[in-house]
Design a protein around this ligand. Structure first.
Ligand SMILES: Cc1cc2nc3c(=O)[nH]c(=O)nc-3n(C[C@H](O)[C@H](O)[C@H](O)COP(=O)(O)O)c2cc1C
Length: 301
């Protein structure tokens, strides 16, 4: 095994591979198959200041090249996560990124303020894809001005590094990345799901409207990583349709310093450990001393 460690916000992570938020439950669920300490960092399911019930079923739908989910951000609330689950991650010496959301700015701030710095917390990851109730349901992440404001306000209530997770549903994602950076974001996760729907021709209805993820998202995510990593100097975590080692390597080459894997775990629950092994073998086979040797090399050609 070569050297997969990476420096992230002054912490040394075992490797640059994380689960994508919402795709590995509260962490313990994977335990019968592989140890959580396999991950560079565990990313929490989206947490909110108060518990949230989520959407009615169906909540997931398989598509030809991806998957649609409409979980609706169901979660037990940030306080219960820290009481019931966080001690497990500390015991397993696995750092955590806390993904969080709100439907109003106050809810975002209340949730961020409840997360106290700890050596096992790498950063907060702010999900900017949520509908802003006060602004008539327009998502927080679609306007550069709104992104700048919310990032700036969240930074004022936390000492933790802040990663802005961006929606691809925008005209110019590099402009949104710049707004997040100017607001004080310390890193970016690119990208969240794309809004999508399914029509059931037999029953003549729309059984699910939700977020599209998986292989179909990969080229969109790669373009976002490529453009945003040129536009801002902060580290980028790539996410969207990473199903195997080659996909993972392509994100590093486009400019990502770490990656997240989501839908692949639904197809093969061992996808994450397999991809970590695959990255290690790739680096060995190509005489690389670490992941830094390939970050951005395709972008900079
Ligand atoms: C079932 C499911 C639940 C998700 N929940 C969240 C969430 O709570 N917060 C968030 O920021 N992203 C959430 N996402 C988006 C993923 O974290 C990721 O950005 C997206 O799925 C793209 O990566 P993938 O193609 O590897 O799945 C969810 C995705 C899925 C499939």
């Amino acid at each position: 095994m070569g050297n997969l460690t990476v420096e992230f916000f002054e912490k040394t992570l075992r490797n640059p591979v994380m689960n994508a938020s919402g795709t590995l439950g509260y962490g313990k669920e994977i335990e019968p198959l592989w140890g959580i300490e396999t991950l560079g960092t565990y990313v929490t399911k989206g947490l909110s200041a108060k518990p949230h019930h989520g959407n009615p079923t169906p909540r997931v739908w398989e598509e030809r090249n991806g998957m649609i989910n409409s979980i609706g951000l169901q979660n037990i609330g940030v306080e219960r996560f820290f009481d019931e689950y966080f001690p497990y991650f500390k015991k397993r010496k696995t750092p955590v990124i806390v993904n969080f959301f709100g439907f109003t700015e106050e809810e975002y701030l209340a949730c961020a303020a409840k997360v106290k710095p700890d050596p096992f917390i790498v950063a907060l990851e702010i999900n900017l894809s949520c509908p802003n109730i006060k602004k008539g349901g327009i998502s927080f992440g679609k306007e550069p001005g709104a992104v700048f404001e919310i990032v700036k306000h969240v930074k004022s209530v936390t000492k933790l590094p802040l990663i802005a997770k961006l929606t691809p549903e925008v005209r110019n994602i590099a402009e949104i990345a710049q707004a997040a950076h100017e607001g004080g974001a310390d890193g970016l996760t690119l990208i969240n799901t794309m809004p999508a729907a399914v029509v059931d021709v037999k029953s003549r209805n729309i059984p699910i409207k939700g977020g599209l993820s998986g292989p179909i998202l990969k080229p969109i995510a790669l373009r976002a990583v490529y453009e945003c990593s040129k536009a801002v100097p902060i580290p980028i975590i790539g996410a969207g349709g990473i199903m195997n080692t080659e996909d993972a390597i392509s994100f590093f080459m486009a400019g990502a310093r770490a990656i997240q894997i989501g839908t692949a775990t639904f197809v093969d629950p061992y996808a994450i450990p397999k991809i970590i092994r695959g990255i290690d073998e790739y680096l060995d086979a190509h005489g690389c001393s670490g992941i830094g040797d390939i970050v951005g090399i395709a972008r900079d050609q």
